[in-house]
Design a protein around this ligand. Structure first.
Ligand code: OSB
Ligand code: MG
Length: 369
């Protein structure tokens, strides 16, 4: 496919409620929507770089720079045989995984559409529904949290993840466990602790958590291996894993027993699949993380999560859990049994709502071959 045009859109969408984590409070979400065109086919992708460099060093501005000045020029006007050839053309660019993943996603969608296949099938998906959970930010009180959880459980969600931070941890876990003794519950610290707080993690062992996500440094693998040795609850790494190589290091060092896969964090679906396959071979379960995506990114996440080793429910929630209106048709919904349907149409399997996309676009740039 000869790629004749690439379009970038900086989008900003207002969250239905502020998202509070150890990294701060988010009121709206900024991402980049990537559109590629070639030979009458259009592909869509989402780069999950945010407005702020708090989760990752990447931001919308750095991703835009890398896309405009390096990634897009490396593929524009080229007759690509497939996604692998695109990846090879920009392999010289180090890091900037979210910038790469946004372009790669649009290319995957375009190639899947050109073969009239769904992205799920194209990636090796084996399920037509995936198990989903919800990620809840830090609430003002334990009572507020319990109310939120009751609401999400009533909607069908299979698993609850809560954000924790020093001073906002054990009391929330304990309150939830008291109220819901059998709830599938996990916590995400987003790197807010150090090994000095090892006693807290030993106390958390009493609450039957499915996992503790990224308790220590955001690039760390070594200290996590020391912590995992001292606690029973499985550690799951998010921020520290940018590649298959990081995954191998973490598993060989026994730094974690579970891996969170986010295509944006590892450079795209291709690297995600390598990590997925390696983890399967090592009997390490994976689950799909989330970056508060719009429906475009969410569609790709659901497709990837249909691969067989995505064993635990993902941070993949209904469109309305994030935004009043989504930018795709149909929007994503959760079934009452806590699953989400994997789109079966060509490519990402949903249609972009151009009117809504226009409404949330704050900047647009078009590149032509
Ligand atoms: O650490 O998993 C995280 C959102 C933004 C940045 C980092 C994270 C998150 C979430 C939300 O937890 C997951 C979702 O999209 O529902
Ligand atoms: Mg996380």
């Amino acid at each position: 496919m000869r790629i004749t045009q690439v379009e970038l859109r900086h989008i900003k969408m207002v969250l239905v409620s502020p998202f509070v984590t150890s990294m701060g409070t988010e009121y709206d979400e900024e991402h980049i929507i990537v559109r590629v065109d070639g030979e009458g086919i259009t592909g869509w992708g989402e780069s999950v770089a945010e407005g702020t460099p708090y989760y990752s060093y990447e931001t919308v501005q750095t991703a835009w720079h890398i896309l405009r000045d390096f990634l897009i020029p490396s593929i524009l006007g080229k007759d690509l045989k497939g996604v692998d050839e695109a990846i090879a053309s920009y392999a010289i660019v180090r890091g900037h995984m979210m910038a790469k993943a946004g372009l790669e996603a649009a290319l995957w969608d375009a190639f899947a559409r050109s073969e009239n296949r769904s992205l799920s099938r194209m990636l090796g998906g084996v399920r037509d529904r995936v198990d989903v959970g919800v990620s809840i930010g830090i609430q003002p009180t334990e009572k507020d949290l319990i109310k939120k959880v009751e609401g999400y459980l009533a909607e069908g969600y299979k698993r609850i993840k809560i954000k924790i931070a020093p001073g906002n941890d054990i009391q929330y876990v304990s309150a939830l466990r008291n109220e819901f003794p059998r709830l599938l519950l996990q916590v995400d610290a987003n790197s807010a602790y150090t090994l000095n707080e090892i006693d807290l993690f030993k106390r958390l062992d009493e609450y039957n958590l499915s996992l503790i996500e990224q308790p220590l440094g955001y690039e760390d693998i070594y200290d996590h291996s020391k912590l995992q040795r001292e606690i029973k609850t499985p550690i799951c790494l998010d921020e520290s894993i940018h590649s298959l190589d990081d995954t191998r290091a973490a598993i060989e060092l026994k730094s974690c027993r579970i891996i969170n896969i986010k295509p944006g964090r590892v450079g795209g679906f291709t690297e995600s699949k390598l990590i997925h396959d390696y983890c399967a071979s090592m009997m390490i379960p994976v689950w799909h993380g989330g970056m508060l995506e719009s429906g475009i990114g969410r569609a790709g996440n659901v497709a990837l999560a249909s691969l067989p080793n995505f064993i635990l429910p993902g941070d993949i929630s209904a469109s309305k859990r994030y935004y009043k209106e989504d930018i795709v048709i149909p929007e994503f919904v959760v079934n009452s049994d806590g699953t989400m349907d994997v789109p079966s149409g060509p490519g990402i399997g949903v249609e972009v709502d151009m009117k809504m996309l226009e409404k949330v676009t704050v900047r647009k740039e078009v590149f032509r071959a």
